[in-house]
Write a protein that binds this ligand. Structure first.
Ligand code: ADP
Ligand code: MG
Length: 393
């Protein structure tokens, strides 16, 4: 068992919490603040218990100097302050005097957010490369370290794994909640049904190989389905194809023919656009100049029947291009079915959770994970460095 934030006396202590504030920002505006809201439980607990709070997070990727401005955490400081109804101090730098002064002047119950940890990636990839000196430096700013960033728990970076090796450490409530919710999937609740969508087979090979042995049925939709259909010898027109993985799909189909459920019809169009005509046809009738961007009604029916008796469902990846209103219906209809069956229902992955949130189903499933890649790695059975590095009880 890992220590959690509950195992520490936080009063008057400088507590560093690694949060996951990696939210989508466009033109300086936060588009979806779900991850900030999900971090409030831990932050509020620490404040109520008298901590001097130092919050760290990454945002986006920093490859060169010019990436810094658009990936600043400054908008997050503002939003967080609104949500906490409290001043959030902000350090514009990730090391040096300004940061150290702000830390040393913190009073019990006050909050400081440091600028994007990945500012340390240029130069030298110090954050993403888990530079030992950087981890030790950040740790020197505090007395207790809490990791509450589930979204990066599958990565060993200076701001999670690096710091953890220098301080008494524990998990925050969000990581605890995520891990417990996903652990449930390891229980033997059958029928266990998996829904997989999204665009590329390549991204999901590990999950498919792992889940196919545990699940009773795997329904495959979205762009991924076309590589499987191609592997069956079906002409898929201009639909998205993962050429290199046709053989992989063939093998999976042969070995697990009784488990894999593929679409029987789909919504096709001639351009990747929401502004051109579209039609629903059986999957084996796609013309050369057409591409499939959503599952059709017959497939929704077939997938719904497969869900009917499920006791546990894990869903990753939308079943169509949900960003376009013309191709959202398959995902929407199946979400509607999902929340009306008597089963443990778990959504994992950035896009399926975004789709569920947009369509109003996010709060109706058993668990919608804030993680993307981390959920998949967890499902593959891999250990999460961000969790492993935390002290045992
Ligand atoms: P998640 O974030 O849930 O893991 P992915 O990132 O794997 O999901 O996939 C999401 C993307 O897959 C979306 O951008 C969506 O538009 C795309 N997609 C879904 N169906 C299709 C399709 N038929 N053709 C092309 N892209 C698709
Ligand atoms: Mg995604």
């Amino acid at each position: 068992m890992k220590k959690t934030i509950r195992d520490f006396d936080l009063n008057n202590k400088k507590v560093i919490i690694r949060c996951d504030f990696n939210v989508p920002i466009k033109e300086g505006k936060i588009i979806d603040d779900n991850r900030i809201k999900e971090s409030l439980a831990t932050i509020n607990y620490a404040l109520e218990n008298g901590a001097k709070l130092i919050l760290l997070s990454h945002l986006g990727r920093i490859k060169e100097e010019t990436d810094k401005e658009k990936n600043s955490l400054a908008p997050v400081a503002i939003r967080l302050s609104e949500l906490l109804n409290k001043e959030v101090k902000f350090s514009h730098v990730t090391h040096g005097e300004e940061l150290e002064n702000l830390v040393n002047n913190l009073q019990s119950g006050e909050v400081l957010l440091m600028e994007n940890t990945r500012y340390e990636d240029v130069p030298g990839k110090k954050e993403s490369g888990n530079d030992p000196e950087l981890g030790a430096y950040w740790a020197s700013l505090g007395e207790i370290f809490i990791n509450d960033a589930f979204g990066t728990a599958h990565r060993a970076h200076a701001s999670n794994v690096g710091i953890a090796s220098h301080l008494p450490s524990g998990l925050g409530f969000l990581v605890e909640k995520e891990v417990n919710a996903l652990e449930v999937l390891k229980d033997n609740n059958h029928p266990f049904v998996v829904i997989l969508g999204g665009s590329k087979v390549q991204d999901k090979i590990g999950v498919i190989e792992n889940l196919v042995t545990k699940a009773d049925k795997i329904m495959i939709g979205g762009g991924m389905a076309y590589t499987f259909l191609k592997a069956k010898g079906i002409n898929i027109g201009k639909s998205i194809l993962d050429e290199e993985n046709i053989d992989f799909c063939k093998k999976i189909l042969e070995k697990y023919s009784d488990k894999i459920v593929l679409p029987v019809d789909n919504v096709v169009t001639e351009e990747y656009s929401n502004a051109v005509p579209y039609r629903t046809i059986p999957v084996d009738q796609i013309n050369e100049n057409e591409m499939g961007l959503d599952i059709g009604e017959e497939t929704v029916k077939l997938f719904s029947e497969t869900l009917e008796n499920a006791k546990m469902v894990f869903w990753n990846g939308p079943l169509g291009v949900y960003e376009f209103s013309n191709f959202t219906k398959g995902t929407e209809k199946l979400l509607e079915k999902l929340v009306n069956i008597n089963a443990i229902t778990i959504l994992g992955g950035g896009d399926i959770v975004a789709a569920a949130s947009k369509l109003g189903y996010k709060d109706k499933v058993s668990h919608a994970s804030t993680g993307g890649g981390v959920t998949l790695e967890f499902m593959e059975g891999k250990e999460l460095p961000g969790v492993v590095s935390i002290q045992d009880k």
